[in-house]
Design a protein around this ligand. Structure first.
Ligand SMILES: Cc1cc2nc3c(=O)[nH]c(=O)nc-3n(C[C@H](O)[C@H](O)[C@H](O)COP(=O)(O)OP(=O)(O)OC[C@H]3O[C@@H](n4cnc5c(N)ncnc54)[C@H](O)[C@@H]3O)c2cc1C
Length: 389
């Protein structure tokens, strides 16, 4: 079940079976000038990504799984086979009849088993550039994100790291970055178009007091920066060896992002918790990675209370609700129910263990699994998908 079939370079489509991961597909596409951009960080299976409606760093430019899945072959619970858009079809438009494809994307395996997904491919950009912009405050970094989007700068990725996360990532990845609120910003385009985008982005960064705008255009350097970002979970765990990590997941409308991030940061500080923040802020999505001692009931109580307060930013976004279930299994394992607070959803599940084969590192917890680090592929090769390691 790991066949990659029906690759159509003219139609920008390909069909994959459940055993195909996103990195395997992009390796297969190497040299075709096309790529599949949805990148949730983990090297997940593409059918699993369709089943969870995955998003990730590139979603701000290329969308989540939903617009990038064109057809699904599904085995229904009664054994019947269904092609959600009709057999052999890969429609760009789905105006006639029920949109069954969208119904199955994000259905988490509850409606049927996906045995093939037909995906929309994208042309590889002629040029790409990444910069690390440092800001005087969290509010300035997040406000800059909002303004970049409002100015219609077609960013491919825009990722936020607070100063705690930057410090952790710098140490973990042996890079020397200013320990302050940071945006990692990637642009894709033609050579001329890129220069114009860079100029626009720089202007907005400076308007918000940002600095440090050296653009990395070489694939190896870009790959190194994204590897640092993708290792954020492990970098956070390394802040307190022997402690456990619990990642929260919040998504809010872009307009509320500065206020919500600043208030969450204040809450973290007032609670005395270690919770580096990182986020796909272009989608209004951010995480606090709480690192705490599960043997300390008082600290556990503070984590529990903090996550309950965080839940009030409940705009019903994909990020928070979709993954709440997965994360809550860990939550319920790590955080015993507090007598005065309601139990987290899913309490009583067994913790999810790592399935991406990330090697256990001394002194670090790895309950959430994580991206398999393929050191060999770390340096990006010419023509490979942007940001792929
Ligand atoms: C380190 C890390 C970072 C992540 N960051 C993000 C992020 O930023 N944004 C984001 O959106 N997600 C993120 N994720 C979640 C990621 O998107 C999902 O783990 C992934 O999409 C699920 O694919 P999988 O192959 O791992 O599926 P599994 O974990 O195996 O399954 C997930 C669900 O999909 C169902 N499923 C799997 N395959 C099929 C199939 N063939 N047919 C029907 N149902 C199926 C399963 O029943 C289950 O309900 C992250 C995960 C990790 C580990």
């Amino acid at each position: 079940m790991d066949a990659i079939a029906e690759l159509s370079l003219e139609d920008f489509t390909v069909a994959v079976e459940p055993g195909v991961t996103r990195k395997a597909l992009n390796r297969h596409l190497h040299g075709t000038g096309l790529w599949f951009p949805v990148d949730p960080g983990a090297d997940a299976s593409l059918c699993g990504m369709a089943a969870t409606g995955a998003s990730g760093t590139n979603a701000v430019r290329y969308g989540t799984m939903r617009p990038n899945v064109l057809n699904l072959r599904v085995v229904l619970p009664d054994g019947r086979l269904l092609h959600t858009a009709g057999p052999g079809r890969q429609p760009r438009k789905r105006a006639a009849g029920y949109d069954l494809t969208s119904l199955f994307v994000g259905s988490e395996g509850t409606l049927g088993f996906l045995t093939q997904a037909t995906l929309r491919l994208h042309p590889l950009p002629e040029a790409a550039a990444v910069t690390v912009a440092s800001f005087p405050s969290v509010r300035a970094a997040v406000a800059c994100t909002v303004q970049v989007l409002q100015a219609a700068v077609p960013v491919a990725r825009i990722e936020f790291l607070d100063e705690v996360m930057v410090g952790a990532c710098s140490r973990y990845s042996k890079m020397e970055l200013p320990v302050t609120a940071t945006l990692l910003l990637e642009l894709h385009g033609s050579r001329n178009g890129l220069a114009e985008q860079q100029q626009q982005a720089e202007e907005i960064v400076r308007l918000n007091g940002g600095s440090g705008l050296a653009w990395a255009e070489e694939p190896e350097e870009r790959g190194r920066l994204w590897a640092m970002r993708h290792d954020a979970w492990y970098a956070a765990l390394a802040l307190r060896p022997g402690c456990q990590g619990y990642s929260t997941d919040v998504c809010v409308p872009i307009s509320r992002l500065p206020e919500v991030v600043v208030e969450t940061k204040r809450d973290l500080q007032d609670s005395g918790l270690t919770g580096p923040m990182v986020g796909h802020v272009g989608d209004g999505n951010f995480h606090c990675i709480l690192i705490f001692d599960t043997q300390d009931p008082e600290e556990t109580r503070r984590v529990h209370a903090f996550t309950q307060r965080l839940g009030r930013w409940g705009w019903g976004c994909s990020g928070r609700e979709k993954r709440c279930r997965v994360r809550s299994r860990v939550h319920s394992h790590l955080i015993p129910p507090h007598p005065t607070l309601p139990s987290p959803p899913g309490h009583g599940f067994k913790p999810r263990t790592g399935k991406y084969g990330h090697p256990a590192r001394p002194g670090q917890a790895g309950e959430l699994g994580g991206e398999k680090l393929d050191e060999i592929q770390r340096g990006q090769v010419q023509g490979a998908a942007p940001g792929e390691k």
